[in-house]
Ligand binder design. Structure first.
Ligand code: GLP
Length: 221
């Protein structure tokens, strides 16, 4: 991707699924001496209400992989602004959509999936044409994040996320899921009805969508 298009716009995701992807990307970049200085990376989402610079912010996690390890400049990583989102949700949402548009849109969007079928933080009920906005997090999503935040009481309740419509505008979508914990939701995503109840099913409308699964995540297909 970077070798073919040195000015590629890559949509990057967080979550444990992505850690191996970043390690592989960093090794490939070193082995092939790739010049990533023209690339832009846009993240999908961010927790609201977590102090700036906190290691648990998605911005911090991505900085670790992409700035510290891959060597991108901090300005090559563009993330939604959770502080502005807390003060003025509409302004933060519009600003992020504009930044994506100004970059010419996303060439390649990496995606994980939540156990309830969320992509980014588009929880069940998210609409196919939704754009960047602030959202409340579902109980199951907060439970999954609670360990990181030292308990449910201190786990964020809100996030700013790109919408399903934002994701569908990317030229290529690559959704990754590993492990048996994802088997049920992967079966529903690929073989169940297209429905807002399982937001990932809405991505099936995209002409260039690939699923990258391991044996465990594919077990119920
Ligand atoms: C969070 C992120 C999603 C991600 C999901 C799955 O909810 N907002 O973008 O897909 O976690 O995370 P994991 O890969 O750790 O299972």
């Amino acid at each position: 991707m970077i070798a073919d298009n040195p000015r590629a716009v890559i949509g990057v995701a967080t979550g444990s699924t992505m850690t191996g992807v970043y390690h592989a990307l960093i090794s490939a970049a070193v082995e092939r001496s790739l010049d990533a200085s023209g690339v832009s990376c846009f993240s999908l989402d961010e927790y609201i209400g977590v102090p700036e610079g906190d290691a648990r912010l998605f911005r911090s996690v991505l900085e670790g992989h992409l700035v510290d390890d891959l060597g991108l400049r901090p300005d090559q990583l563009i993330t939604p602004d959770p502080r502005l989102a807390a003060e003025s949700p509409e302004a933060a949402s519009v600003a992020y959509e504009r930044a994506l548009e100004a970059a010419g849109g996303v060439d390649l969007q990496l995606l994980g999936i939540g156990r309830n079928g969320h992509v980014a933080f588009n929880e069940p009920g998210a609409q196919a044409d939704s754009l960047t906005r602030t959202v409340p997090l579902e109980a199951r999503t907060r439970e999954d994040a609670a360990e990181t935040f030292g308990g449910l009481a201190t786990t964020p309740e809100q996030a700013i996320t790109v919408g399903i419509g934002t994701i569908l505008r990317a030229k290529r979508l690559r959704l990754l899921a590993f492990g048996d914990v994802k088997a049920g939701i992967i079966a529903r995503t690929l073989q169940g009805p297209v429905s807002e109840d399982v937001p990932a099913t809405l991505l099936r409308a995209h002409p260039d969508l690939e699923f990258h699964l391991d044996a465990e995540a594919s077990a119920e297909l």
